[in-house]
Design a protein around this ligand. Structure first.
Ligand code: IPE
Ligand code: IPE
Ligand code: MG
Length: 261
């Protein structure tokens, strides 16, 4: 539709999607919601002659500095993909090591996150986790529930398809009829219902695919791929990724502001 034609009052202008914030560090436009596929832990370890679990450990230890840098830039929502629904098919010893690391992360980081006003959320099914870990997660969610700083979604035992199926199931359990099934109704039942759509998805580790991450929320996300393995992905890499985001022109299917009519 051209701008000189009648415009439906309900039409959403492209600019309304933009939730960008201005970085106090670079002065550039940075995303409100960054989501990260933390890939490459195994290869990082193998390259060093270490067992894969050492890579997962190093990857877990990297989370703090990454969160701090996103926070410095003013990012409001961060989603970290730590373990997918498909990752359960890995050898039991690796799965166990990763589960233990979620516990380690919570023990080590939760107080610091709470002190920094971070609101922790789980994206995934709590009931898939071992009972002791479930309790640890619940305690962390409860502790940080009233914080109004950065929202951190931990995507663990998370799959984008599973999340959508879960949302539709919930709609049906609530007795919704066909006319009640709207984009908004589904969005409100996703694990990330409290967060806006992802503005930027970063994948480390060199693969250029989504691997079942945020299928719904990534509809108009900018994608950024880097060869760096996750344990090596540091502050400068974040600055580079955010600077690249700032150069992207987001159109949401409309015309950019500077396009000639
Ligand atoms: C990402 O690292 C962490 C998980 C998927 C749990 P990988 O374990 O996939 O590392 P690579 O891809 O084998 O190097
Ligand atoms: C994606 O990485 C999942 C996480 C980083 C948690 P994978 O290593 O599981 O993805 P694929 O198998 O290479 O697509
Ligand atoms: Mg991988």
């Amino acid at each position: 539709m051209r701008s000189d034609q009648a415009v439906d009052d309900e039409t959403i202008a492209p600019a309304e999607h933009l939730g960008d914030v201005i970085s106090p560090i670079s002065g550039g436009r940075v995303p409100r919601h960054v989501a990260v596929i933390m890939d490459g832990n195994g290869r990082w370890a193998t390259q060093r002659g270490l067992p894969r679990r050492s890579g997962h450990r190093a990857g877990t230890e990297n989370i703090r500095r990454v969160l701090e840098r996103f926070g410095d830039h003013g990012v409001r929502y961060v989603t970290l993909y730590g373990f997918s629904t498909e990752n359960w098919t890995r050898p039991e010893s690796e799965v166990k090591a990763i589960l233990r690391l979620l516990g380690f992360f919570l023990r080590r980081e939760v107080n610091n996150l709470h002190k920094n006003n971070v609101h922790l959320r789980l994206a995934g099914h709590l009931e898939h986790l071992p009972e002791r870990l479930q309790q640890q997660v619940l305690d962390a969610l409860e502790l940080t529930a009233n914080n109004d700083g950065l929202t951190l979604n931990i995507a663990f035992s998370y799959g984008g398809r599973d999340e959508i199926v879960n949302a539709v199931r919930r709609l049906m359990q609530e007795g919704m009829g066909p006319d009640d099934v709207t984009e908004e109704a589904i969005r409100d039942r996703l694990f990330t219902a409290d967060s806006p759509d992802a503005d930027l998805i970063i994948r480390t580790g060199g693969e250029t695919r989504i691997s079942n991450f945020l299928l719904w929320q990534s509809a108009y996300a900018e994608l950024y791929f880097t060869d760096a393995f996750w344990p090596d992905f540091g502050r400068e890499d974040i600055d580079i990724a955010l600077a690249e985001y700032g150069r992207r022109k987001r159109r949401f299917g409309g015309l950019g502001e500077d396009e000639p009519l």
